[in-house]
Design a protein around this ligand. Structure first.
Ligand SMILES: [Zn+2]
Ligand SMILES: [Zn+2]
Length: 368
């Protein structure tokens, strides 16, 4: 009896030990699983922005791929629309200018129109064919400030990763679908000049064709009215009078071309003009589109801490424009800004020291 009781107690003790050992193992396994999950998802940079970015990743992926696939279509669209406007100007607008104005005005129109056209074509061609600039693959040559998570490579200051081009871009501003190219250190000037001269060209065409547009619009309204009347004549058999004469096919095409010219040029002038002004404001401040957002956040953060934010790439309003256009002497305003020029931008896009010909010293300024 005594021995059986001892046996029972022993079994109970053994069971407890096994249960305890099992629970101990379970806790170890759970801790290990938790460590695995944390190590896989841990990122010291994780914040609300990273979580939102991760949630929107499928949408970004779709937008990136659509932009990449339709890049050539957008470029073809720019070329076709611009060519159509130039053709209409030569066929419809120029003969009228030659008939209406005196020699001085004709010379001005011909000279300005052709200069503007050359500037548009030159800067667009250069903007789409010039690579924006990429950081060197040789590690020692890159004075890095951070590491690109996608390229797993060193990133110099002002360099950002373009998900459409799938590589890092020096002084990246944005990826432009209308150029099918990234706007960066080496083609930023071409992009801005194209926007500026295209806006100027559209404003010129809109103003020059405004009288013709009014006439064409009135003529089209008249055609509609005549067509209505013609239908009434056809239905009324007893009416003996012949229907009024309508516009010829050529005249109708002419009127439609003028309306197309004015509507397209005015719309582009408004939209592209706003974009050009925005980029002009950024250049004046010595910022890119991406830096605008980064600097805005940084200004707020430092301001709340009672500190002052300095943009290290700001060379003063005039200095920023000089650096942007590469204007070192007064003559360069003519040869490098007003005339087509394929000179390289200042610096190599890796380091950002102010040029010796800029004498600007930053003063502490809070966020504007
Ligand atoms: Zn990258
Ligand atoms: Zn890109």
């Amino acid at each position: 009896m005594k021995s059986s009781r001892r046996l029972f107690l022993r079994c109970l003790r053994l069971g407890r030990r096994r249960r305890f050992r099992f629970l101990k193992h379970l806790v170890v396994y759970l801790r290990y699983a938790r460590l695995c999950i944390v190590s896989l998802t841990y990122n010291s940079f994780t914040n609300s922005d990273v979580i939102i970015d991760s949630l929107f990743e499928p949408i970004y992926w779709l937008v990136d791929h659509v932009t990449r696939w339709f890049g050539i279509v957008f470029v073809a669209l720019v070329i076709i629309l611009t060519s159509s406007i130039v053709l209409i100007v030569y066929i419809c607008l120029l003969p009228l200018i030659l008939q209406t104005y005196h020699t001085g005005w004709i010379c001005w129109h011909v000279a300005y129109g052709h200069w503007n056209l050359i500037m548009i074509v030159f800067h667009y061609y250069k903007a789409i064919t010039t690579p924006p600039g990429y950081p060197s693959q040789v590690e020692k040559e890159v004075p890095s400030v951070s590491v690109c998570r996608k390229c797993i490579a060193h990133k110099p200051a002002r360099t950002h990763h373009c998900s459409i081009c799938s590589r890092c871009i020096l002084k990246m501003d944005h990826h432009c679908p209308w150029l099918n190219n990234c706007v960066g250190h080496y083609n930023h000037r071409y992009f801005f000049s194209f926007c500026l001269f295209m806006t100027m060209g559209c404003i010129y065409c809109s103003i020059s064709s405004r009288v013709m547009f009014k006439e064409a619009y009135a003529a089209i309204e008249k055609i509609k009215h005549q067509e209505k009347e013609a239908l009434q004549f056809a239905s009324n058999e007893t009416y003996s009078q012949t229907p009024p004469p309508t516009f010829s096919f050529q005249e109708r095409i002419f009127h439609k071309c003028i309306i197309y010219l004015w509507v397209l040029c005015s719309s582009v002038a408004l939209a592209l003009g706003a974009l050009t002004l925005w980029h002009a404001m950024l250049i004046t401040r010595g910022e890119t589109s991406i830096e605008r957002h980064i600097n805005k956040k940084e200004r707020k953060r430092l301001q709340s801490a009672g500190k002052v934010f300095y943009n290290p790439y700001n060379n003063g309003r005039c200095g920023n424009w000089k650096v942007f256009f590469g204007v070192e002497t007064k003559q360069h305003w003519l040869t490098r800004v007003i005339l087509p020029s394929s000179h390289l931008p200042y610096g190599n896009g890796l380091t950002w020291n102010a040029p010796s010909w800029i004498t600007y010293k930053q003063t502490p300024v809070f966020a504007i």
